[in-house]
Ligand binder design. Sequence first.
Ligand SMILES: [Zn+2]
Length: 347
Amino acid sequence: MSELHEILDTPTPEKTAFIMSFLSRIYEHFRSTGSVRTDIPDMYEVLLRAAIPGFALRKPEEHPRYYRYSPEEEIREPALNGHDLALIFQHCRELGLEECINQMIGRILEEIDTMDMKDFPTSILPLLEDLLSDIKKGEVNAERFKRLFQTGLAKYIVTYVSDEPKQLKWSRELTKCNGDYRGYFPGYGATKLKAGTCQDCRQMNVFLQSPTETVWRFPAAEARRKHLINKLSDKHECFTTIEKPHTPFSLVVTKHKRSMDEKHRKWKARVSEVKGHLQSLEGRHRILDNVLHERYADIMAVRVKNLRVEAGQAVEGSNDRSEHTQAGPSQVAGQKRKAAVVDLTDD
Ligand SMILES: [Zn+2]
């Protein structure tokens, strides 16, 4: 038996998905055939208790799909199916293993902190959905699952949606010509420090650094204009044009906020995605407010800031935290979400 504990002890999402799927289906099978004898519940309890400490959910992919060159799909083990968890909760109630339910809620809430939030609709929402229907039927007490609903959904919203990205100021990074510029001099073999600083870059840096200036004109001969254009890269988020009514022509540098607009578009898409999930959770039962209580309004309206404390995250300033979100371009990329089906009903 200690071997079993050793195997299950090391948390891996695959083992968790396997054992939860196995337990939920095997018990359903024995129950449906009416052969739940004393030794079956005992075995169930031993297996479940051994599995709880190592309960783990899938973590975000280290190298998301869009970074990969390989055209072949990497096969990921399926995420844990939330309906399996709901069945296990039912079995625990039936077998009087109330304490196991509490332990599992604790582990689920811990794992939500580090899980791949793209799995939330597969692994957690179905559990909440099934619990709501059991609450509606009067089979379980809503109060008991209040924390799972409140904290679980708050964590999901705060981590997955994250704060609204905002263009706070127009300041941009400086160009790298001042002082630290190292030119390559053929014949010397190595780079050596180029003496002095470039006046033109200094002028442009004043503009780049400015939190308010968005357009800058620089009348100069072609070589000097080209030097500045070469110093600007994507990270400066500027576009350049040449104004030709007078000589010397002017270089016009304009700051744009395309990347911020793009971040904002993605953020809005995440908000409506989450709202959609919450509305379908509310769905036919209309009893979500019985479990969410004082958090109901903030959760349903996806108010990230108001949910930070509930989610166990420190309240931060209005920094742009959108970099920290787990959502990425692969958000809708086809994931292998089919849970393994063990069909025990056929003979
Ligand atoms: Zn320069």
